[in-house]
Design a protein around this ligand. Structure first.
Ligand code: NAD
Length: 490
């Protein structure tokens, strides 16, 4: 099979529209999508209102039962076909991801590769929910089985738009749910229309999957809609808290994957060059716009200056600019507002006594790789998620102090510990309050086989991926069977 086309994402099909049971206009009209590197308008998509969400949710509810009734292997086959189509059209799709989300080519390629992996892993779940035979208090037979929730509403962010949408959509679908998806309106193609196109070509029945680009209003409409049973949200703690509140008021199951302030702990026996390279990757990949980005480089004071110098040297040599040149390591920041937020954090640190060893300035949307040393609690650079290319270095005197500093954060997504002494690194790691612990690695690690999620302000205790997906996207149903109905005292 080769469904590769000259122009798989042919814009004639979808310009000014959203994806319901077919491509159609929204009630509020269209919005432009801009390339964050140069402001160029690259697409126009239908912008969804609350009314459009009602339409999508109603159509999805109507289609869900028949989808869930299909043999599991058939659902899996459609997913696997979608993964093939994604990969076969990779070169064209990478270009969309680069232009829409300011990604470098390697980062955009990771989205295609991991996106396909997430879909294929989800496909394996189709035949896994096996159920239980339960003891009975009388002569009936008792069992429990996993059933889909119904319609799942997915809300995703701009930074890894394809992967972070697919990691909810693919398992939700394969386990028999229908999905109404609201991507970030800044990345509706990579985070939505590419997914609609691959499932359209793979033969997913009409009505089972909808993509409605929109903002907070459309997102909140999803959380209120009586046809939606569950919300799967990935985004900021502020957005997640609002989503949790509204979904809770309407008694929906809600999965929240939120921000992070992730510590990379470097112990005094670490190889300096390797540790600095880990820190640079964790801090600067995709301009630091990753929930798992290394938000705090915690270094033993004996080697803190050595690491800071090495990191500054790397930062000064990382080219920043338009990814279309294919000559840069860092692309643009998604918005002017986000640039202002990064600058505020850097200025606050410098004003409170941190040393600026590299970067600290920007040219329009292009923020330079930045190194701050001497970062301390009470500085925004220590306390808050930056979501920009800033290495915030803080030092510690003992391993106990490293644990204490790392655990000060209200977030608890990921952490890394680097040391030549595995037992010592594990002893530190075991005390960190995080959902993902990486020994001898930096903090940015993700994939379809492991349960991913955070503690504290990083989420609501849910996990995505691997064994967690069946738990999250289905629920138990108890079935008791008597041979025949029997009389009761009434
Ligand atoms: P955001 O919360 O502003 O937006 C994310 C999505 O939520 C978008 O689709 C947006 O339109 C929608 N949204 C915003 N407010 C809403 C509301 N009140 N109701 C319903 N929907 C709403 O997030 P952002 O700042 O654009 O994205 C970056 C944040 O996402 C960072 O904090 C980052 O750490 C986090 N993130 C977390 C993960 C994870 O897996 N834990 C992954 C990527 C990003």
């Amino acid at each position: 099979m080769n469904i590769q086309r000259e122009n798989f994402m042919d814009a004639v099909r979808w310009t000014g529209r959203a994806y319901f049971s077919d491509w159609a206009s929204t009630t509020t009209g269209a919005i432009d999508v801009q390339n964050p590197a140069n402001g160029e308008v690259i697409a126009s998509v239908g912008f969804g209102s609350a009314q459009d969400i009602v339409r999508a949710a109603t159509e999805a509810r109507a289609a869900q039962k028949a989808w869930a009734a299909k043999p599991a292997a058939e659902r899996a086959q459609i997913l696997n076909k979608a993964a093939d189509i994604l990969e076969e059209n990779g070169p064209e799709l990478i270009d969309w991801i680069m232009r829409e989300s300011g990604s470098t080519e390697p980062k955009a390629a990771i989205e295609i590769n991991h996106g396909a992996l997430f879909i294929r892993q989800a496909a394996t779940l189709a035949t896994m929910p096996t159920g239980l035979l339960l003891p009975s208090m009388d002569d009936r037979s008792n069992s429990a089985r996993r059933v889909p929730h119904g319609v799942v509403g997915v809300i995703s962010p701009f930074n890894f738009p394809l992967v972070l949408s697919l990691r909810s959509i693919a398992p939700a679908l394969v386990l028999g749910n229908a999905v109404v998806h609201k991507p970030d309106p800044r990345t509706p193609i990579s985070g939505g229309f590419i997914i609609a196109r691959i499932f359209e070509e793979a033969g997913l029945p009409k009505g089972v999957f909808h993509v409605v680009p929109g903002g907070a209003e459309a997102g909140e409409a999803l959380c209120q809609d009586p046809n939606i049973a569950m919300i799967s949200f990935t985004g900021s703690a502020r957005g997640g808290s609002k989503v949790g509140e509204v979904a809770g008021r309407h008694l929906k199951k809600v999965q929240l994957e939120l921000g992070g302030k992730n510590a990379l702990v470097i112990l005094d026996d670490a190889d300096l060059d390797i540790a600095a390279s880990n820190a640079a990757w964790g801090c600067y990949l995709h301009q630091g716009q990753i929930c798992m980005a290394t938000g705090l480089v915690l270094v033993d004071q004996k080697i803190a200056n050595d690491i800071a110098q090495r990191l500054a040297e790397k930062a000064n040599h990382l080219p920043v600019g338009d990814p279309s040149s294919r000559q840069v390591a860092l692309g643009p920041i998604i918005s002017d507002g986000q640039i202002a937020g990064i600058q505020k954090i850097v200025d606050d640190a410098v004003q409170k006594g941190a040393k600026l060893l590299a970067g600290g300035t920007h040219d329009g949307r292009f923020y330079k790789a930045t190194v701050l040393s001497g970062v301390k609690p009470g500085m925004l650079a220590f306390d808050e998620e930056v979501f920009g290319p800033v290495a915030c270095i803080a030092s510690f005197e003992t391993d106990e102090e490293a644990v204490e500093l790392a655990n000060r954060s209200e977030y608890g997504l990921a952490a890394g510990v680097i040391s030549k002494n595995l037992a010592r690194a594990m002893a530190v790691g075991n005390q960190l309050n995080v959902g993902q612990l990486h020994i001898n690695d930096q903090t940015v690690n993700g994939g379809p086989y492991a349960p991913f999620g955070g503690r504290g302000k990083s989420g609501n205790g849910c996990r995505m991926g691997g064994p967690a997906d069946i738990e999250e996207f289905t629920q138990w149903q108890w079935v008791s069977v008597k041979d025949q109905a029997t009389a009761y005292p009434f």
